[in-house]
Design a protein around this ligand. Structure first.
Ligand code: PLP
Length: 399
């Protein structure tokens, strides 16, 4: 009989020639367990998803309660489903006042798609501006605004009228003009290897969009729900987006995304033609129930408290001659090494020693540190000891 690992390689479509092949039995809190009972500390959170920890009891209970009532009943936007209504209401209550209309979708990429369509439709303009090294998803519209040609080359033609600007460059804001429908930008760039823009830049970007009637789309799919120490990363900058993108962590481990705008903007999707965006499973009631429980849990359990102190502990402990820099904000960090080979060797050794760590799509010379927000000091110390030990072994340098 073939093992699960062999079957995975045989019947499951592969995305690369070198999958991790870690077999999972169970996950709980900050830990993932293999079939042999091996315990791993998770520093990746399923790529910024398990912010409240794996299988948070409140999220699990909300899912079970909803499954006992109903699962899918109809396409998005027709029936009144309490989990959708209550999750949207809760989201709106924690967002700046103008952002009062939530369109639920299935994923980050679909949120990007919906937002780009909305911006074109609302402004009547064609031009879209994105950033070099941006990542907004992998469907064709989202891929079109990806700031890395390597991943796009095999899929041309993609969307026309897209321009790329340098993230955090004042000079490039000049490209935004009265023909621009939207600027789509990650508030903190994730897959670029964690790039944090300055306050001045974000203010100037907001101002330029205002001056030119351009919609500002902030992609908070990776930063959303607390990863940076604030519920949303734009709170660090005193600016507000015209359209906000959420996914990943907002579902507490269930698949859901959303694009959020003011009603006046969003309402263009409902007429002339109607059904400006159609999604069968968007806002799935079980996912919305999980999302509501996730948001309530973060707020009621004060999960954002102490993130900056615990992030500082990572930075303090991660000192090694092979580490060039530890950068980031909150639990969205990158450990910059010199080369991919080091990153690859360190992450393999870490996995062997009970730690899950990875790298970034557009920056493979840095290790990704994005643990569940609940990670405790003891687990941080253990994780850092495993990383430093792996660095010693891989580089032959000590400390
Ligand atoms: N936007 C950002 C900033 C992301 O990091 C990601 C995924 O990594 C996406 C969009 C796409 O999300 P999804 O994988 O749910 O389509």
């Amino acid at each position: 009989m073939l093992s699960h690992r062999q079957l995975f390689l045989l019947n499951n479509a592969q995305t690369s020639g070198s999958p991790r092949l870690l077999e999972i039995e169970k996950a709980e809190g900050v830990h993932i367990f293999g079939p042999d009972g091996k315990e791993y500390i998770d520093l990746v959170s399923g790529f910024a998803v398990s912010n409240v920890g794996h299988r948070h009891p409140r999220v699990v209970q909300a899912i079970k309660d909803q499954v006992d009532r109903y699962m899918h009943v109809t396409v998005y936007g027709e029936f009144v489903q309490a989990p959708q209504v209550l999750f949207a209401q809760k989201l709106v209550s924690v967002l700046p006042k103008p952002l009062d209309s939530v369109y639920f979708v299935n994923s980050g990429a679909e949120a990007t798609e919906g937002a780009l369509k909305l911006a074109k439709r609302y402004t009547g303009r064609r031009k879209i501006i994105s950033c070099h090294n941006a990542y907004h998803g992998s469907t064709q519209g989202a891929l079109s605004v990806m700031g890395n040609d390597y991943y796009k080359q095999g899929y041309q033609p993609l969307l026309p009228d897209i321009e790329f600007i340098e993230f955090n460059s004042f000079r490039d804001l000049e490209y935004i003009n009265s023909e621009t429908a939207c600027v789509i930008i990650e508030t903190i760039q994730g897959e670029a290897g964690i790039r944090v823009p300055t306050h001045e830049y974000m203010l100037a970007l907001r101002q330029k969009c205002d001056e030119t009637g351009t919609l500002l789309i902030l992609d908070e799919i990776q930063t959303g729900f607390g990863r940076t120490g604030k519920l949303f990363a734009f709170e660090h900058y005193n600016i507000e987006p015209d359209i906000l993108l959420l996914a990943k962590g907002i579902g507490g481990g269930m698949p859901i995304g959303a694009f959020i705008a003011r009603t006046e903007v969003m309402s263009v999707l409902k007429e002339n033609p109607i059904l400006g965006h159609i999604t069968t499973f968007g806002g799935h009631p079980v996912c919305c129930a999980a999302g509501l429980a996730t948001l309530e849990t973060i707020l009621e359990e004060n999960m954002l408290e102490g993130i900056s102190e615990r992030a500082a502990l990572f930075k303090q402990l991660l000192r090694h001659s092979a580490i060039r820099e530890v950068r980031g904000i909150g639990f969205m960090m990158a450990i910059q090494l010199e080369r991919f080979e080091q990153v690859e060797a360190v992450s393999s050794l870490c996995a062997k020693n009970g730690l899950i760590i990875d790298w970034f799509l557009h920056c493979d010379s840095a290790l990704r540190v994005s643990p569940p927000l609940i990670i405790a000091e003891k687990e941080i110390r253990k994780a850092c000891a495993i990383i430093l030990d792996a660095l010693d072994q891989c580089t032959g340098q000590h400390g």
